[in-house]
Design a protein around this ligand. Structure first.
Ligand code: SF4
Length: 472
């Protein structure tokens, strides 16, 4: 029996059998628990078993948090987990440090569920909310963050406030949140302030007071939900701002030192011609963004837009969508914005670090109602209901649900699906079990391999969603 005490973060004990677990033991001892977990599931899935069963069978004991205990119970049954823990405590026999370790969090997402008006195409968990609802939410979020700080270690590289409309929060409420959340002042002790702190902002919701508070809190990237510079399209989308609000908001943000600005746009809208789309792209470039996200409209179920499509009032025009997709690449590319991901364009050095982390398959923690987290073998979603979220937190209950245990194969498939959308592509070795799909893509001229990386061809990019579907 080997007991390996200590670690860089928190305290770990780890019992391993034989040399084949040496790597696992080494990374655990270094405090790299996420890697230890990854090695755990890679080995477990190779052995055709769940990570929990594998750890139990091989008598590998990584101390677990209450949340991980819940996940183990899903795999093994509560009774077996209890005996596992008891056994572990007996083994310790006073020689081990307390059973405790923390997973490392590098990427944090915060979901702010409020919008001034719900757009008819939106399927996110969003709703209207006055000051009282916002206060209740901020209080709950602060508590969730305090709990997460106990559970995980912080080495935050990126923070992303999305929604919803985070910029709807008053300057006072945002300042209150910033006091609690990692920022310029009280960021990650181990690696200083996060390198990127993004705030999603809707035009016409920015005031000088808010901009000053965001800046002071360490926000250094703004993602502006412009969607269109066309009055008619903005009306169709149910947006509350006018085209001129977008450029005025950009100017105000720059006055307060925000140079890293993304503009979000949508194309393939009902009644949108190619010339209108080109005019929107040109107007967006006039605002001098360092980053543009341009997504084709998707008709999400249970939205008024979806119903119109179902009733036949609107129809999707694939050819027009492809023409606009191509036009986007030409116009933005000519302006020096590189398509580092199919729908995302940036000047060199202004790629979204937070989104790159998602697409590369990194772990992330999500706070707020409906926020999703993926940490090691665990994925969960917070309850997608703000009232229930606030109440559960107030009563000391878990707000996490829709829990899933991920095996190495699932995470690998996800890295392929997202990675193929990126200019950097996917490492060839990632395709292990999916080599036949890769062959098929290459034979059909949809993907190619170069220097050990697999990328989509231009033709492959046009059918990226179908390509991703092959790996589901
Ligand atoms: S502003 Fe954004 S998040 Fe809010 S309803 Fe509209 S699309 Fe959804």
């Amino acid at each position: 029996m080997a007991v390996v005490p200590g670690g860089l973060k928190g305290v770990t004990t780890h019992k391993a059998k034989g040399a084949k677990f040496e790597t696992l033991r080494t990374v655990a001892n270094m405090g790299a628990f996420d890697i230890a977990h990854d090695i755990g599931f890679a080995t477990a899935s190779g052995a055709g078993t769940s990570t929990a069963e594998f750890f139990e069978r091989e008598e590998i004991f990584l101390p677990i948090t209450p949340n991980e205990r819940e996940f183990m119970a899903d795999d093994l049954g509560a009774e077996r987990v209890r005996s596992h823990i008891l056994h572990e405590e007996k083994v310790s026999d006073g020689h081990r440090p307390p059973l405790h370790y923390k997973l490392m969090i590098r990427h944090l997402y915060v979901h702010v569920p409020f919008c001034a008006k719900v757009c008819p195409y939106c399927a996110f968990h969003v709703h209207l909310g006055g000051t009282t609802a916002q206060r209740g939410f901020v209080k709950a979020l602060r508590t969730e963050w305090q709990r997460a700080r106990e559970e995980f270690s912080l080495a935050l590289e990126t923070i992303y406030f999305g929604g919803g409309t985070p910029s709807i929060l008053s300057a006072e409420l945002f300042a209150e949140l910033a006091e609690e959340l990692p920022s310029k002042k009280n960021g990650s002790p181990s690696n200083g302030p996060p390198q990127e702190f993004t705030l999603e902002v809707n035009p016409a919701t920015v005031t000088p007071e808010k901009a000053a508070v965001w800046r002071a809190a360490g926000v250094n990237r703004i993602s502006l939900g412009a969607q269109s510079f066309d009055v008619e399209m903005l009306r169709l989308l149910g947006r509350q701002h006018a085209p001129e609000d977008i450029s005025q908001t950009c100017a105000l943000l720059r006055e307060y030192g925000f140079e890293n600005i993304n503009i979000d746009l949508m194309f393939a809208l009902p009644g949108q011609s190619e010339s209108k789309w080109k005019a929107t792209l040109t107007a967006a470039l006039a605002c001098k963004p360092n980053h543009v996200s341009a997504y084709a409209l998707t008709y999400e179920e249970d939205t008024p837009f979806f119903e119109k499509l179902q009733r036949g009032e609107w129809r999707q025009d694939e050819e027009r969508e492809i023409a606009m997709f191509t036009q986007t690449r030409e116009v933005l590319g000519a302006a020096g914005l590189v398509d580092y991901e199919i729908s995302n364009f940036a000047r060199a050095g202004f790629e979204s670090r937070h989104n790159l982390a998602y697409w590369r398959g990194a772990d992330y923690l999500g706070l707020g109602p409906s926020a999703c987290s993926t940490i090691g073998a665990m994925r969960w979603r917070n309850v997608p209901n703000t009232k229930a979220y606030v109440e559960r937190i107030a009563h000391g209950e878990s707000m996490r649900e829709e829990k899933e245990t991920l095996d190495a194969a699932t995470r690998s498939k996800e890295r392929i699906m997202f990675g193929l959308r990126m200019r950097e592509g996917v490492a060839l070795e990632e395709f292990g079990a999916d080599a036949s799909h890769l062959k098929e893509l290459e034979m059909n001229g949809l993907a190619f391999e170069e220097a050990g990386r697999v990328r989509l061809t231009s033709r492959g990019q046009l059918v990226a969603d179908s390509v991703a579907g092959m790996f589901v």
